[in-house]
Design a binder for this molecule. Structure first.
Ligand SMILES: C[S@@+](CC[C@H](N)C(=O)[O-])C[C@H]1O[C@@H](n2cnc3c(N)ncnc32)[C@H](O)[C@@H]1O
Length: 314
């Protein structure tokens, strides 16, 4: 297991947004290397409870070896799309005072060549956060239709040369399978005629394949309503995203939940009668200049915060 570190993004801002009560119950559904979990734990007393989740067995092993001290702590290996099931398996009354999701991948995942996430390290083309579940990147690339490859690379990678890259993948795999990160990175580089400064030409394609292989947007869509169900009244939901499509999903979800039940506009109902389940807290938060200078990973981060309304229990 790699022990390399991960610098948490928007750490102070996320802790402030969670509005931590020392004896409260908090869920960190993306433990990673515990950057946010440790900081949450520092604000909790021994009566408090921190439940962490991660789908990556390496992250879970890290949490077991180096658990945050202070509150009661539990780590559960599961995708966060199973949050409600996980919460139901906890002692009764474990509704959360706050839930944090810091999306995407961690630095140790990216830096471990054996995990196959990195275009600049030779390794098997895997990219699964949980290597025991679902097809690897190599398996998906070997079987996917050209149109499916193109769609994923274009939409998730926002890559304008997606069609060329998809065609090149299909042509190449007819003669020899694409099994490692270097093969794929070279193939992509040969089909991206323009160079973006400071960016490897394979960045977008690797991001797209990772998002597809891990079903990242589907996971997020499944998480959000379950997170609302798992929150107490006035509990905080804090989501840090790194991709415009993630942010759009979070933004629309929070907006719709803050509006409440859909009602024909000509019916005389008050805002309260629409029973909004969330209240949006503040504006979306981006990293400060200072954070951007010390952590490149933070550059596309955006954090959104909402609070569960009491009205939902009426
Ligand atoms: C950006 S890192 C979190 C870093 C962490 N906040 C820290 O400061 O150390 C994202 C983590 O979430 C995990 N993850 C991503 N999607 C997940 C999902 N759908 N279910 C569970 N864990 C997920 C990844 O395995 C990774 O460890």
């Amino acid at each position: 297991m790699t022990m390399s570190a991960h610098t948490p993004v928007l750490l102070k801002e996320a802790i402030t947004a969670l509005n931590i009560k020392p004896g409260g119950t908090y869920l960190d559904v993306t433990y990673g290397r515990g950057g946010h979990s440790y900081a949450i734990a520092e604000h909790l007393c021994p009566d408090g409870m921190l439940i962490a989740m991660d789908r990556d067995p390496h992250a879970v092993r890290h949490a077991r070896e180096y658990p945050p001290s202070g509150p009661r702590f539990e780590i559960i290996q599961a995708p966060f799309s199973e949050l409600y099931r996980v919460q139901q398996s906890l002692p009764p009354g474990c509704l959360a005072d706050g839930i944090l999701a810091d999306l995407g991948v961690s630095s140790p995942q990216l830096e471990d060549a054996e995990r196959g996430f990195a275009f600049d390290r030779e390794g098997p083309l895997d990219m699964r956060m949980d290597p025991t579940r679902g097809p690897s990147a190599r398996e998906w690339i070997a079987d996917a239709e050209q149109a499916e490859l193109k769609w994923a690379i274009k939409i998730y990678g926002e890559e304008k040369y997606a069609a060329r890259i998809a065609r090149a993948i299909v042509e190449k795999r007819e003669t020899s399978p694409i099994v490692n990160t270097r093969d794929l990175a070279e193939l992509v580089a040969g089909n991206v005629p323009e160079r973006e400064s400071g960016r490897n030409p394979a960045t977008r394609t690797f991001q797209a394949i990772r998002m597809h292989v891990n079903g990242e947007l589907g996971q997020l869509r499944a998480l959000l309503p379950q997170a609302v169900q798992c929150l107490k009244g006035a509990g905080r939901l804090v989501i840090i995203g790194f991709h415009s499509l993630e942010d759009r999903i979070v933004k629309r979800f929070m907006r719709d939940e803050a509006r409440g039940d859909p009602f024909p506009s000509d019916l005389p109902v008050t805002a309260g009668e629409l029973k909004p389940r969330l209240r949006i807290i503040g504006k979306p938060i981006r990293p400060s200049e200072q954070e951007l200078q010390s952590n490149r990973r933070a550059r596309s981060a955006i954090m959104r915060v909402a609070e569960r309304t009491e009205a939902a229990y009426a």
